[in-house]
Design a protein around this ligand. Structure first.
Ligand SMILES: [Fe+2]
Length: 324
């Protein structure tokens, strides 16, 4: 009611000022004529107008400050404080608003801390899963971690947003998780796989996607898992997708997977040098590898290994044996 009382008082003052001024002037100089009455009335009205404007300005300024503060909160900028000191309902509103804003900031910070802790827990779980996959084959130890690392580096080179980089990190770590469903003798077999064994092995992207399909925060990563053996020219599996119909995260994980296959010791090959691996990926550009992703991979590797634009070594080297 304070705002009501002060408004009522002001309105009373503003409306009675002209009458008061007139009365005083008539008492002081009753002999003056109509012109004097008009001037006195005008002065009284001006005074009344000034008082009303002063009050209205103060009222609207305080309301505006609260509105601006509310808009800041709506934009997620919690903690904003409104500098209103009026001792009326507006002051109480500002005080309540400031308290609410501090509370929201506190909840927001707590939520962020919890989300960060949850993500750290997720990541630790995923890393354990990835290690379990790699441990099934001594030749692929650390492979998932490296594919994850290079996938993120290529994603950064392509200017992808944080959300996509997270999908690349998780997708790289989990790209072969479907191998959990493949018999160990097939995984460990050093010689060429039979047609049946190859068919079983080629089921691992679909198995991996099936494992992850109900995990909400891995939805984007699951696309990389399902399609990391698709090829730019449509000759990959499991669906034979072509070009940009293959999810970008999968094209990037495919490139990182190929790079690490080139650079790792396998039963069927010695690890290649950086120049040799660059030459191999160069030959796969436009067939297996997306040319844009390949270009980003090359830039990352040249920068990382500080090598010149035209590597001399490694020309004519065959691509690594296909990783089923
Ligand atoms: Fe794979």
């Amino acid at each position: 009611m304070k705002l009501f009382r002060s408004t009522l008082l002001l309105m009373l003052v503003a409306s009675t000022v002209p009458a008061g001024v007139l009365a005083i002037l008539f008492l002081w100089a009753p002999q003056h004529g109509a012109g004097f009455v008009l001037v006195a009335t005008g002065l009284g009205l001006l005074l009344s107008l000034g008082l009303s404007a002063w009050f209205a300005r103060g009222l609207s300024r305080d309301v505006s400050r609260v509105v601006v503060g509310a808009l800041e909160i709506a934009r997620g900028r919690f903690g904003r404080q409104v500098p209103v000191t009026a001792r009326n309902e507006l002051g109480e509103l500002a005080y309540t608003f400031n308290h609410m804003s501090r509370e929201l900031l506190s909840y927001d910070q707590e939520n962020r801390r919890l989300i960060a802790a949850l993500e750290a827990g997720y990541l630790a779980t995923i890393q354990s899963l990835a290690s379990a996959i790699d441990a099934k084959d001594p030749y692929t130890r650390g492979h998932s971690q490296r594919v994850s690392y290079w996938s993120v580096e290529i994603g950064r080179e392509l200017g992808l947003p944080d959300e996509e980089l997270k999908a690349l990190e998780y997708g790289g770590l989990l790209h072969d998780i479907g191998k959990i469903g493949i018999a160990e003798p097939i995984l460990r077999k050093a010689s060429a796989l039979t047609a049946d064994e190859m068919a079983a092995m080629r089921g691992h992207p679909a198995i991996g996607a099936e494992i992850l399909k109900d995990v909400e925060f891995l939805r984007a990563a699951a696309r990389a898992v399902r399609s990391h053996h698709e090829r730019w020219d449509g000759q990959g599996y499991p669906e034979g997708l072509v070009g940009e119909s293959i999810p970008l995260v999968a094209r990037i994980v495919n490139a990182a997977d190929t790079w690490d296959a080139c650079r790792s010791h396998r039963p069927y090959q010695q690890a290649m040098s950086v120049e040799e691996a660059l030459a191999v990926t160069d030959r796969l550009r436009g067939t297996q590898l997306d040319p844009t992703v390949h270009a980003a991979l090359v830039r990352v590797m040249r920068r990382r290994h500080a090598i010149s634009e035209e590597p001399e070594a490694g020309r004519g080297i065959a691509p690594p044996a296909p990783h089923p």
